[in-house]
Design a binder for this molecule. Structure first.
Ligand SMILES: [Zn+2]
Length: 557
């Protein structure tokens, strides 16, 4: 705002004017007449400006308290709508977007990479760091070709590509299914397009004729088996134990589909869990107290519906055969449940006798009810000693270890290999947390532990120096510990909505009272409740809320 002088018939008149932007133009407008004397005019201008500032604060405050207490409505959206949402908000982009996109490859944007990293970190913490019996590994992506010869991938990892004669739908079938195969979309007749190995190949070494053909790993598991001796030699292991790995795998899928559900490049979070094969029945851990829909092979063969059951009961009734499988099914379901995911959309499905791998005695899939149907999230199966004995045979090196108690050499059995795709888990979290308020605005109720942004900081008035300086100070301090954003554009309501849509659990507003008494307003995404708390201990208060140690209203005390 500024004072202008106007001369009318030789006399001076003073006015207070204000410039503001309207569209692309800057407009200047008279706000008040300030009299004929400059000194008086300056005094008056000061008074008016101060009053306007107070009014602005009042207006902003009114808006703040008027945010209604809304109920959230679960919103079921299609996978296409989810893909659009993820692109629009900067979670996930089709890779090579600029050139029309490459099918089956995805890039994770500013919010997507945070969400993905948080999921991986939480998985690692839950499965490795907080346990005594699981060790970590990070194997290389391009692996010695003999690893894949020993594992049987080069010889047996072969599919037949088929194409529907009617609708041109492409998919793969097992060689044994080829005779009876029909289009999985329209039921039409299919044409054999030839065998293919779904492993990506590359050449190691730059000189032609001197390079070797190698594979991009189609699974992380083999790196664990191939490193089994190294791990044995460098750690003090005692059965049972597991080795965990998070990393990328690659499969040249004939038909990548359902957004990030089936990709050509994907990331696995995997454990190979080893026991002495003689102790298959002895699981030292308590079976988790988890209730879930159970769909046994018997129920499937008799066309029955899945039954809701406690895993302990399913084990007692011998529906789940091995205690170790019940334990791992429960542990994996608990990983989701501990993050606040609704287990209503989960079920465990037993493989039918002809679905099982040749080395497995019993196999269960954890499935999730996606908008495109029930799909596998992870498999719980025993692989026996198959992989280790294959690597022993091909490498001619012993992979057994001496058990001090039993006084004998053991080739460990893999009793379970919980393996979860990061992208599939991410999709579960996104679908599970997709809500709307009564105004039809999206509220992404992501578990606070994995939310991309933990806290957003809003100065109530953008131009108030004291408010801005305090807001920046809080921002810089919290940024050391959490992913935090600073937002000063638009109304407070608009700023809340922006954060709700991307799942930010907490928002902080700094107003003139904050400056006076070192306090702030904290707002909860899921309830829109607001509390006024002192600035001190802010970091530990936020941590205790994000970790689930304290409820939102408990932060006040
Ligand atoms: Zn078809």
């Amino acid at each position: 705002m500024y004072i202008v002088k106007q001369k009318v018939y030789g006399k001076d008149y003073y006015y207070l004017r204000k410039s503001f932007r309207e569209g692309n133009k800057v407009i200047s407008k008279s706000i008040a007449y300030l009299g004929k004397d400059l000194e008086d005019a300056e005094e008056k201008a000061k008074e008016i400006q101060e009053k306007m500032k107070v009014d602005e604060i009042k207006k902003a405050k009114n808006k703040l308290s008027k945010v209604e207490n809304f109920e959230l409505i679960k919103k079921d959206i299609s996978v296409e709508e989810m893909a659009n949402f993820c692109k629009r908000k900067g979670f996930i982009f089709n890779s090579g977007d600029l050139y029309g996109g490459l099918a089956g490859f995805w890039d994770f944007g500013p919010l997507g990479v945070e969400l993905k990293n948080n999921i991986k970190n939480y998985w690692w913490n839950f499965h490795v760091q907080s346990r005594e019996d699981i060790f970590g590994l990070d194997g290389s992506i391009i692996t010695h070709p003999r690893v894949w010869e020993a594992s049987g991938h080069v010889e047996n990892f072969v599919d037949v590509a088929v194409m529907c004669k009617k609708c041109k739908n492409k998919f793969k079938v097992d060689e044994s299914e080829l005779k009876n195969a029909v289009c999985d979309k329209c039921g039409g007749e299919v044409e054999n397009k030839g065998k293919f190995v779904p492993m990506f190949t590359t050449n190691v070494g730059p000189i032609e004729g001197d390079s070797i053909k190698a594979y991009l790993r189609p699974e992380t598991a083999q790196l664990i088996f191939a490193n089994f001796k190294n791990i044995l030699d460098t750690t003090r292991l005692k059965l049972p134990f597991g080795v965990a790995q998070i990393g990328k795998s690659f499969r040249n899928e004939i038909a990548p589909r359902n957004f990030i559900f089936r990709n050509r490049e994907f990331e696995q979070m995997e454990i190979e869990y080893f026991i002495d094969g003689e102790d298959k029945e002895a699981c030292p851990y308590e079976i988790p107290d988890v209730e879930v829909l159970v769909y046994s092979s018997g129920m499937q063969l008799k066309n029955k519906s899945p039954e809701k059951m406690n895993l302990k009961v399913a084990l007692e009734k011998k529906i789940i055969q091995l205690p170790w499988h019940a334990y791992w099914l429960g542990t994996e379901l608990n990983w989701f449940f501990n993050l606040g995911v609704n287990l209503e959309k989960f079920r465990i499905r037993q493989h039918l006798p002809d679905e099982k791998s040749h080395y497995s005695t019993d196999t269960w899939d954890i499935e999730y009810n996606f908008p495109f149907g029930w799909k596998e999230l992870q498999g719980i199966a025993d692989r026996g000693t198959y992989d280790l004995s294959q690597h022993e045979k091909v490498s001619k090196k012993e992979l057994r270890f001496f058990d001090e108690i039993k006084k004998k050499k053991i080739l460990p059995t893999v009793i379970s290999e919980p393996s979860l795709g990061v992208e599939r888990a991410l999709l579960v979290f996104l679908f599970d947390s997709f809500y709307e308020n009564k105004k039809g605005e999206t509220i992404l109720k992501l578990p606070p532990k994995i939310s991309p942004i933990k806290v957003a900081i809003f100065p109530l008035i953008k131009k108030d120096e004291a408010i801005v300086s305090l807001s920046r100070e809080i921002y810089s301090e919290l940024k050391k510990y959490f992913n935090v954003v600073y937002d000063d554009s638009g109304s407070i309501g608009r700023r809340y909505a922006r954060q709700d849509e991307v799942g930010t659990p907490l928002c902080i507003t700094i107003d003139e009272e904050s400056v006076k008494n070192n306090s702030l307003t904290l707002r909860n995404r899921d309830t829109t409740q607001q509390i006024r708390i002192p600035l001190e201990n802010l970091k530990s208060l936020i941590s205790s809320f994000l970790d689930g140690e304290k409820g939102f209203l408990d932060l006040k005390n």
